[in-house]
Write a protein that binds this ligand. Sequence first.
Ligand code: WT7
Length: 654
Amino acid sequence: MVEDALTQSTFPPTEDFAAQANAQADLYSQASEDRLEFWAEQARRLDWDTPFTETLDWSGAPVARWFADGTLNACDNAVDRHVREGRGDRVAFHFEGEPGDTRTVTYADMQREVSKAANGLESLGITKGDRVAIYLPQIPEAVVAMLACARVGAVHSVVFGGFSAESLRQRIDDARAKLVITADGGNRRGAHLALKPLVDAALAPSDANPTPAGSVEHVLTVKRTGQDTAWEEGRDVWWHDVVDPASEQHQPVMVEAEHPLFILYTSGTTGKPKGLFHTTGGYLTGASYSHRVVFDIKPETDVYWCSADVGWITGHSYIVYGPMINGATQVLYEGVPNAPHEGRWWEIIEKYKVTIFYTAPTAIRTFMKWGEAIPAKFDLSSLRLLGSVGEPINPAAWLWYRRVIGSDRCPIVDTWWQTETGSIMMSPLPGVTETKPGSTQVPLPGVSIEVVDDEGQPVGVEEGGYLVASEPWPSMLRGIWGDPERYQETYWDRFPGKYFAGDGAKRDADGDIWLLGRVDDVMNVSGHRLSTTEIENALVSHPWVAEAAVVGAADETTGQAVVAFVVVKSDGAGAVASGHEVAVALREQVRKEIGALAKPRTILVVSEVPKTRSGKIMRRLLRDVAEHRHVGDVTTLADSSVMDAISQGLESGK
Ligand code: WT7
């Protein structure tokens, strides 16, 4: 299919949708008339214990202070407020476990649960400012654990359950977490996926870390699967022993607006993940505002489902904080889309009459592959709005999503943002914007985005450039935990005064923005952010490997795929292993060091990795090889015969 032709169609909002939409066109003019007052107005929708009087203090740039003299509590806003204002009986979550177990949790239930959990945390010595690592499956306790931390003023650091013990250890150490909240295991495709043993391994001394993780005092474990679990008396405690019997009364601890709410680790261009942190007042303002205007939430009638995992920023902002502050009724699903059958998601939409659905392009492309006969078996007529996030959505997938899932009726919001931005920065507004397949189009009211060239000047129509935010926004990250210099260097040194997102972009003749992918050594695989350097480090830590170079190559389903070029040591056991044996061993190595999500799709054993004369790996060339393109200019290569050898090796299928 010729994608260019597809992008020529646009879809104006229907009159019906426009008439009832939360966001009307005048939101843009309101925001541009007085940007700061506009944000202050959004912030005033939260419940403040002490109202703020100052909107933005940018004198310490690039560290912003928003609403700094106000105090509030995130959990109070997400939970107690609804009960206080008479919405306690509303369902907060329809939980659907992968094995088919279900739970309905109202806002009043939530208040009891988070209060008990907060008392439990305090009984384990957790107080304001302490860091708590959360390593849980997608179950209600994950939401409760996050909110309970917020309730006592502790800083949560959620680690996605797919990360390895080694990655978990790194994150625990970096944040000096005092407590780890985990489960015995979770459910994945009918099997039990162990979690607690990985926590045990993370906390135990290892080759890489000869000392036990010193900061951790307790491991609080939820019983989910009932599988056998090793137990360290004194350190390990069960959730049902600590939380269940605790009091249902708990007074939320009010914190300053700039008190850290959470740390979330994400991959950067170096081997070490960055502990991005967000604070309370500004983050909650951005998450709840964007959720209201982009997803058009009508909390009395909508059933909203974001298919992300709470372990990622999407889950933080668009399962936990944004929707709950807005009092939404949500679906929370533990498992994968194809267990026990490939229609599971559509079955869930039919069952709970989901009206708003938010997912990732990689999932949509997978469903396209499985065929439209599968969703056709289910009643999806409850849907009224669809969202996409995580990576560029190609027009063919966008159109399929609209036609097959949205019955040619539901508007699609393609939302661009990042762990760093905390909330959606660019997206059409449903009911206002005429949508365009493949483009994230326009910044949200209140957000300032530019596409600039190397000199920081705005680019012309259809010219590629760098995406920057030219004004601070409330939910922006406040830094990298413990590393202010890296924060400055990574985001602010490239274009002084402007936030550098790391994405390439262009503007079309209508002024709409198109994302062109990362411009740094960060890959995007199935909407997950991976660092080439981190995977290279994992590969070279294997005794067989002398050198490794990793690139993200275009992949039809996952957007990008990890392709590794490795040079095997000539004097080791790897030298006599077959290419297949090397690939199996190295995939396992990456799984162990980082997690299954980072495993290379393709591993190629090569005799040399192409480098510039200054010794830099030429990833662009390797990407060309990995994508089977004609290899471009190699004149700056130290030894240009290397490329010939690699391409020949590929062609002969070696
Ligand atoms: C990177 C951020 C934000 C939640 C999920 C990922 C890419 C994200 C889009 C989109 C094109 C997108 C960018 C960005 N990205 N959404 N709608 N269109 N690209 O969060 O792990 O922090 O990754 O994901 O490259 O920089 P993240």
